[in-house]
Write a protein that binds this ligand. Structure first.
Ligand SMILES: *[C@@H]1O[C@H](CO)[C@@H](O)[C@H](O)[C@H]1NC(C)=O
Ligand SMILES: [Fe+2]
Length: 366
């Protein structure tokens, strides 16, 4: 009886392992795939690049772009198709980057909205109807987390996989479009992600590919990113779109900025300290942090790039008992045990790198 039991155990545990080992030895890592360019194919007054994001408790922000500068920043919405009982107005702006001029970028905050509810909406009074589902107010909640997304055929494949899941909120720890100063690629990216980003809130933070700074002319960078991907920083007491936080269904999520100041005398540090002090674990038992350049990384790619930020901020996260830290930047998947100050520590966060979303640079293999 006992022998039978242990041989069953052997089969149960070692056979799958063996199969896995055989499979991994034959696995060849796929190479990068081609860029996808999505051209503008609606009329100039119709919305393009529609995406939605959480904007404070019970509110969502709808963002879109029109080529026509005179379209009003108005969102009409309601709980049944084609019937818009409510509407809200917001603001629009545009930006220049060398010889490029953006379309009119609209941001409209709508609500209060009910949890776990599908809303149908129309942007600027014309064009197609969109819909999104608000996140639940209590557990369970499902997140899709993807870093370093880009806009290649692999990106499309990643998004298709994400689209097959009934997730609630999309989280992106930096490196969105890989436009790298070629502004039309920001527009193409907006069109590529619209089918996903218009149906679920997309919450993003910045990566190095968002910087797009240029000496003297654009020294501070993030021009396109800040204009297009406005996140709820004001709603969370942050002075910068480069870091913020939000609550969703029992989870407090902190989006940190790897490419802005983080030392103990910086605005980001002071904001983080205050934000963590305000967390109520009874209301949000889970605390999750996202940032771009990983603090822990055994890959040869980008070694040590997150180190100064780790040294500046790790103690804050540790003392606040943050549960998980997601990073991108390294184009690979890696998960650490709970760590604090380079040692396994059962009170430290679990660190996960998920920077393999499908960008044009391919995978970090070493
Ligand atoms: C516009 O482009 C999208 C994405 O390629 C495509 O699905 C859609 O059918 C196009 N619409 C028109 C009117 O061509
Ligand atoms: Fe990166």
């Amino acid at each position: 009886m006992e022998n039978r039991f242990s041989s069953n155990l052997l089969v149960m545990f070692f056979l799958p392992l063996l199969i896995q080992l055989c499979a991994t030895s034959e696995y060849t890592r796929p190479s990068p795939r081609q860029l996808i360019f999505r051209a503008h194919n609606r009329s100039d007054s119709e919305p393009q690049q529609v995406h939605v994001s959480l904007a404070g408790n019970d509110y969502m922000r709808v963002s879109w772009i029109t080529s026509d500068k005179h379209v009003k920043s108005i969102v009409e919405y309601g709980k049944s198709q084609g019937k818009y009982e409510s509407s809200a107005t917001g603001e629009s702006s545009s930006y220049h980057y060398f010889f490029y001029s953006s379309g009119e970028i609209h941001h409209v905050k709508i609500g209060p909205l009910e949890p776990s509810t599908t809303y149908y909406y129309r942007c600027g009074g014309a064009g197609p109807e969109f819909s999104f589902r608000t996140p639940p107010s209590t557990f369970p909640i499902e997140f899709a987390v993807v870093g370093d997304l880009g806009q290649t055929e692999w990106t499309a494949s990643t998004l298709e996989h994400v689209g097959l899941k009934d997730y609630d909120v999309f989280l992106l720890p930096g490196d969105l479009s890989y436009a790298d100063s070629q502004q039309p690629l920001w527009d193409s990216f907006g069109r590529l992600v619209e089918p996903y980003a218009s149906t679920r809130p997309w919450m993003v933070t910045e990566g190095n590919h968002e910087i797009e700074s240029f000496p003297i002319i654009y020294p501070r960078g993030f021009k396109a990113y800040n204009a297009r991907w406005l996140m709820p920083h004001q709603e969370s007491g942050s002075k910068s779109n480069l870091y913020y936080s939000f609550d969703v269904a029992g989870t407090h999520i902190i989006m940190l900025g790897s490419y802005t100041d983080f030392d103990s005398d910086s605005d980001q540090y002071k904001w983080l300290q205050a934000d963590l002090a305000n967390v109520d674990r009874k209301k949000t038992p889970w605390v999750i942090v996202l940032l771009h350049a990983p603090w822990y990384n055994s890959n040869q790619a980008h070694r040590g790039e997150g180190e100064s930020m780790r040294q500046a901020m790790e103690e804050l996260l540790y003392k606040a008992r943050v549960d998980v830290v997601f990073a991108g930047h390294v184009h690979a998947y890696e998960r650490f045990t709970r760590v604090y100050d380079n040692n396994a520590n059962s009170c430290g966060p679990v660190y996960i790198t998920i920077g393999d979303g499908g960008n044009r640079e391919g995978l970090a293999m070493k």
